[in-house]
Design a protein around this ligand. Structure first.
Ligand code: NAP
Length: 302
């Protein structure tokens, strides 16, 4: 039946969902402390002074403490050698107060991201980046899975319910986001396509999807005529632009823009995440959830 009025997609409120999740985690942390005397601990390592990374790291520290966990932030200068960074990681791997270790990426160009990931203990790899955790996720075994796709899955399940048989298109194939996202959708019985910079007829591919996850980093790339009416659209991408207000822009303030042309896509989608306030808050909440899981496993509780 034709619609006289346009469909307006439901706004998926990641901020509220994440706040609920953090509250549940805080309750579990309190119970873990009371019953077993275990306080989950998360260490975040930042090398250099990238402004966006500084904000992420500060937020992680604050939210870790707010959940009742032990938080440690190591800020290292931009000229830290790879050897020195790997030493810090090795110490955190061995520290019994710490159950989760996260090195904030990107690291400066003289440090190999792959070598840093390889140095992480898989048991404390709360970003789910090690070969062990990626392999466990792909094999359907319990894993510490990457936080952002985990958060996306929660939002998608909340929006759709049963994902069985749905067609999903993930745009982006990074180890942190696109690949694990596809594994999770596959595990939920979706028919999954992973698109990337070499994909042909991307709008045509995306138009097949009941679920679209955009994780590219190109502002407003996904347009309304790419979207099947009623599809669930999850916007992971973040591009930073100067704030609209000239005074704020002059003071260095920025605004975030997603991969999806939000206003026009919302007219077609069944449900959609905004940027900011969609996927972003879920990432930190899932990091706390992974830290709690790691703490239980390392303490022999689960
Ligand atoms: P990434 O490693 O740079 O990967 C980007 C992917 O997009 C690549 O697979 C690339 O394809 C693909 N791509 C680039 N241009 C494309 C195009 N024109 N058409 C189709 N695909 C294209 O980035 P990432 O770490 O996955 O992150 C993706 C975005 O999500 C970034 O904006 C990042 O800031 C954001 N992010 C947000 C959160 C959050 O909490 N909200 C968390 C993580 C990431 P190739 O592989 O062919 O190069």
């Amino acid at each position: 039946m034709a619609h006289d009025t346009p469909i307006k997609g439901k706004l998926i409120d990641g901020k509220a969902f994440a706040a609920d999740l953090r509250a549940k985690i805080a309750e579990e942390v309190a119970a873990l402390k009371a019953e077993y005397g275990v306080t989950p601990g998360l260490a975040v390592v930042l090398v250099g002074e990238d402004p966006a990374s500084q904000v992420y790291v500060r937020n992680k520290g604050e939210q870790t403490e707010a959940a009742g966990m032990y938080s440690e932030t190591r800020r290292l200068p931009a000229d830290t050698t790879q050897e020195a960074l790997l030493e810090v990681v090795a110490k955190l791997n061995a520290d019994p107060r710490i159950h989760g270790v996260l090195v904030q990426f990107p690291v400066p160009a003289h440090i190999s991201q792959m070598d840093v990931v390889a140095a992480l203990s898989p048991d404390k790899d709360v970003d789910g980046l090690t070969v062990t955790n990626a392999g466990r996720l792909a094999s359907g075994l319990p894993a510490l899975a990457p936080c952002t796709p985990t958060g996306c899955m929660m939002l998608i399940k909340d929006a759709i319910g049963d994902l069985k048989g749905k067609t999903a298109v993930v745009i982006g194939r990074s180890n942190l986001m696109g690949k694990p996202m596809a594994q999770m959708l596959l595990a939920a019985d979706c028919t999954v396509t992973i698109a990337h910079s070499r994909s042909q007829d991307l709008p045509g591919v995306v138009r097949q999807a009941d679920i679209v996850v955009a994780a590219v980093g190109r502002a407003e790339m996904v347009k309304a005529d790419w979207i099947k009416p009623g599809a669930v659209v999850i916007d992971v991408g973040i591009s930073r632009f100067p704030a609209r207000d000239p005074e704020a822009a002059a003071a260095g303030k920025t605004r975030l823009v997603g991969d999806v042309a939000f206003d026009e896509v919302r007219e077609v989608a069944g449900a959609i995440t905004p940027v900011p306030g969609g996927v972003g808050p879920m990432t930190i909440a899932c990091l706390l959830a992974n830290t709690l899981t790691a703490a239980k496993r390392l303490s022999g509780i689960a």
